[in-house]
Design a protein around this ligand. Structure first.
Ligand code: NAD
Ligand code: TYD
Length: 354
């Protein structure tokens, strides 16, 4: 089996669902169920013996050791993290705890387990660390896209904590020989995306007739990748990536935020027209994010060349699927918005985590 951390979050849950449609290899899913963890995302796996869910913290060394000993996973795919830049600005401590201390704890537990394995299992073991393009910092308008050898220049508490975790992963390979892989991916979008991030926030606010808050001039550029393409890239890196290497993953889809917001509005106009007129009437420019990175862009040629991965979706096809998903899953949205998605945590465990 494989151990997935953070498998109740946005990308992690997409990955678990995707994995179990591609293979029968079981998944041990370790997730603390913070506000970002949502077991509704995994509802279609209820009763499936291939999915073992454990609510727990990656900083809990005793728990992680016990899971390694009991389940003997052949690989770790590490998604668990605090991920929202705006939250990291208001409260960085939790980012340092989970992203840095948590990754350290997981690396140490993985190293102890890996060291105890027989030669063949030891050689086959993998620790795949899922990271972000934000570690590279910000680009000028005409700079070339980020490639794997670029220097790390993180600018937000979130990206600094992810950069720190990337460095730990690298060092655990260099020093101890742990067979690690790292992926640095651009902005994902798709089903189960928590509506604090740009695309789902714009969809749910537009449908509720609320303002669509665009930070500053809205000309900040991000590269966007449909989440299932990211999951396919991770599967490819896990299966065929060269140990110790990092792979940049992106969609060749650089777009300014304002264009994204207008694209969402245009799709909603087409699929669920509002009697009061186009959704773009709700666009509202608000104060910029402090330290806001101006541009991210990914050069994904290494993963394409070495592993033959290419995104299957264009931005147009992926965004259409995403908007459709939010329209078809009003109950999921409603339960996220009214907090009902956390009821399972209280019923099951007494009290929700922070
Ligand atoms: P998310 O915020 O949706 O989910 C994070 C998950 O981790 C949640 O289920 C949460 O409960 C869990 N978690 C948090 N703290 C934990 C802890 N201490 N112990 C155990 N579980 C804990 O995040 P996401 O958007 O799915 O991102 C997943 C990973 O991918 C992160 O490492 C992130 O840095 C990386 N990434 C995200 C994007 C993106 O666009 N969302 C892009 C590139 C890389
Ligand atoms: P976000 O989805 O938070 O991802 P990240 O900051 O990790 O790239 O934001 C994407 C871009 O959208 C980023 O430039 C900030 C901007 N943004 C807004 O303009 N308004 C919003 O309400 C949000 C959440 C983000």
């Amino acid at each position: 089996m494989i151990l997935v951390t953070g498998g109740a979050g946005f990308i992690g849950s997409n990955f678990v669902l995707d994995w179990l449609t591609q293979s029968d290899e079981p998944v041990l899913n370790l997730d603390a169920l913070t506000y970002a963890g949502n077991t509704d995302n995994l509802a279609s796996l209820a009763g499936d013996p291939r999915h073992v869910f454990v609510r727990g913290d990656i900083c809990d060394r005793a728990l992680v050791d016990r899971l390694f000993a009991e389940h003997r996973p052949r690989a770790v795919v590490h998604f668990a993290a605090e991920t929202h830049v705006d939250r990291s600005i208001h409260g960085p401590a939790e980012f340092i705890r989970t992203n840095v201390q948590g990754t350290f704890t997981l690396l140490e537990a993985a190293r102890a387990h890996w060291s105890s394995l027989a030669a063949a299992e030891k050689a086959a073991f993998r620790f795949l660390h899922v990271s972000t393009d934000e570690v590279y910092g910000t680009l000028g308008r005409d700079d070339p896209a980020f490639c794997e050898s670029d220097t790390y220049e993180p600018n937000s508490p979130y990206s600094a904590s992810k950069a720190a975790s990337d460095h730990l992963v690298r060092a655990w390979h260099h020093t101890y020989g742990l067979p690690v892989l790292t992926t640095n991916c651009s902005n994902n979008y798709g089903p189960f995306h928590f509506p604090e991030k740009l695309i789902p926030l714009m969809i749910v606010n537009a449908l509720a007739g609320k303002p669509l808050p665009v930070y500053g001039d809205g000309q900040q550029v991000r590269d966007w990748l449909y989440v299932k393409d990211h999951c396919a890239a991770i599967r490819g890196v896990l299966a065929r990536g060269r140990v110790g290497e990092t792979y940049n993953v992106g969609g060749w889809n650089e777009k300014p935020n304002l264009e994204i917001v207008h694209a969402v509005c245009g799709l909603l106009d087409e699929l669920k027209a509002h009697p009061e007129g186009p959704y773009a009437r709700l666009v509202t420019h608000v104060a910029d994010r402090p330290g806001h990175d101006r541009r991210y862009a990914i050069d994904a040629s290494k993963i394409e060349r070495e592993l033959g991965w290419r995104p299957a979706e264009t931005f147009e096809s992926g965004l259409r699927k995403t908007v459709r998903w939010y329209l078809d899953n009003a109950v999921w949205v409603e339960r996220v918005q009214n907090g009902a998605y956390r009821e399972w945590v209280s019923t099951q465990y007494g009290s929700p985590a922070a």
